[in-house]
Design a protein around this ligand. Structure first.
Ligand SMILES: CC(C)(COP(=O)(O)OP(=O)(O)OC[C@H]1O[C@@H](n2cnc3c(N)ncnc32)[C@H](O)[C@@H]1OP(=O)(O)O)[C@@H](O)C(=O)NCCC(=O)NCCS
Length: 191
């Protein structure tokens, strides 16, 4: 399977035809799976995994997915709501799966799914999930364009479609977008 395809198109600007190329990569090409064993140094005084440690692992696995998509250095731009519904215990095995859902110019949204397992007890525990946003940067830290994402599966298409709405919500909350310009969000409330 070819992971990336180069698409060429022309842009008419100031009467001059400029030839530009936009690279596209399959969403699944960015998939990263990371497995961790919860050790005493990862836990709080109740022997449960610390939320901060889980966030650290989520940041790493999703940064690697964003790097795979962009082949660039990436920085974390934002972290969407993360909630911890059930404690993950000492000795559990935590599996984190990350994949880029959609890219814009320099930013990429990454979906992370977390599951925990008590292997000796043969029990799979509740999972949680989150969306992180990364920006690809050059050596000076300046944002740089990344390839587009091509979703294939139903879930990839669903995540791709919702990404624009989530991007507008986080940019409005970060005061980087005027609420009036958040057309996708506004359409949610149109009667
Ligand atoms: C993220 C960063 C590179 C953006 O730089 P900037 O000069 O503000 O650049 P721009 O305004 O051109 O934005 C670049 C992209 O970042 C996105 N972005 C910026 N802030 C964002 C936020 N809070 N949430 C989501 N995306 C954000 C923009 O939407 C834009 O995306 P696009 O190119 O796909 O349209 C810069 O703010 C930075 O370096 N932040 C620190 C990153 C870091 O250290 N992370 C670790 C935290 S400890």
């Amino acid at each position: 399977m070819i992971d990336s395809v180069l698409y060429h198109y022309s842009v008419q600007k100031a009467g001059i035809n400029k030839h530009m190329s936009k690279k596209k990569k399959l969403a699944k090409a960015s998939k990263v799976i990371m497995t961790e064993l919860v050790l005493p140094n990862d836990t709080n005084t109740l022997n449960n995994l610390m939320g901060g440690r889980l966030m650290h692992w989520m940041d790493i696995v999703s940064a690697i997915a964003a790097q795979k998509h962009s082949n660039r250095i990436v920085v974390t731009a934002s972290v969407d709501n993360v909630s911890f519904s059930k404690p993950i215990q000492l000795g559990n095995v935590v599996t984190l799966t990350a994949q880029v859902t959609r890219s814009f110019s320099s930013s990429m949204e990454v979906y992370i799914e977390v599951t925990a397992e008590d292997i000796p007890g043969n029990k799979k525990l509740e999972s949680n999930s989150a969306f992180f946003t990364f920006v690809a940067v050059d050596q000076s830290g300046r944002p740089i364009d990344v390839p587009e994402v091509v979703p294939e599966t139903e879930q990839e298409k669903e995540h791709y479609e919702g990404a624009l709405r989530r991007r507008q919500l986080r940019l409005v909350l970060a005061k980087r977008m005027e609420p009036n310009d958040a057309t996708e969000l506004k359409s949610l409330f149109d009667i």
